[in-house]
Design a binder for this molecule. Structure first.
Ligand SMILES: N[C@@H](CCC(=O)N[C@@H](CS)C(=O)NCC(=O)O)C(=O)O
Length: 214
């Protein structure tokens, strides 16, 4: 059976759990990281020398780490052609959006915005830096908004791996107490994602255990 290590409050873990569930795969999850520990143990470091989550094992000797690699592995082995096309040119159309979302949306949202607003005590937050980070994020969200104005999902008419890499950030983006620009197509898309059981179960998960207070 597929086995994944990682706490449910990790956005990277959430994207893998969401993917596993969309692909209707059975898996076992082991809590790890943050207050759940385990990541500094010898056994865990033998699987992932970085001590980060998620980590996936699918029967092989070597575990897989790096969220993008795990997602691509699951998509290639268990995903259908709509989710992750076999043909390289068609696959690249999905992959470019997946890579783009990981770098430009998850990357420009998680640490500069989510960490500032949730994982930093209010007295230590830097509103100028947050404002600047939002401006940068909005530049990329505008690209997604335009794309989603043309089609239902980021890379076409059905859910693909690109939506997992992009969409998993949106629960926190819409749930957090912050200023949001008016992106009507992203709002429509987010509404669609929140209707999916797998998204509700794995992505719409409380992040309160991460909150730092004064
Ligand atoms: N580039 C890695 C980053 C992994 C990462 O930093 N994971 C965070 C959780 S989102 C982590 O392990 N944090 C330490 C912890 O939870 O103890 C990936 O995409 O998988």
């Amino acid at each position: 059976m597929l086995k994944i290590w990682g706490r449910q409050s990790s956005s990277n873990v959430q994207s893998v759990l969401w993917c596993l569930d969309e692909l209707k795969l059975d898996f076992e999850r082991v809590d790890a990281g943050f207050t759940y520990g385990l990541v500094d143990s010898e056994e865990f470091r033998a699987m992932n020398p970085n001590g980060t989550v998620p980590v996936l094992r699918d029967g092989q000797d070597s575990a897989i780490w790096e969220t993008g690699a795990i997602l691509r592995y699951l998509a290639a082995v268990y995903g259908g052609d709509g989710f992750w096309p076999q043909e390289p040119a068609a696959r690249a159309q999905v992959d470019k959006w997946a890579e783009w979302a990981k770098l430009n949306v998850a990357g420009k949202f998680t640490v500069p915005i989510f960490w500032q607003l949730v994982r930093t005590a209010p007295s230590q937050q830097d509103p100028v830096a947050i404002e600047k980070a939002l401006k940068i994020l909005n530049k990329f969200l505008k690209v997604a908004d335009e794309q989603l104005g043309k089609q239902a999902f980021l890379a076409g008419d059905c859910l693909t791996l690109a939506d997992i890499q992009f969409g998993h950030c949106l629960y926190r983006y819409f749930d957090m107490d912050m200023r949001r620009a008016d992106f009507v197509h992203i709002e429509r898309y987010y509404g669609q994602l929140t209707a999916r059981e797998a998204f509700q179960k794995h992505v719409m998960f409380s992040y309160e255990e991460l909150r730092v207070l004064d």
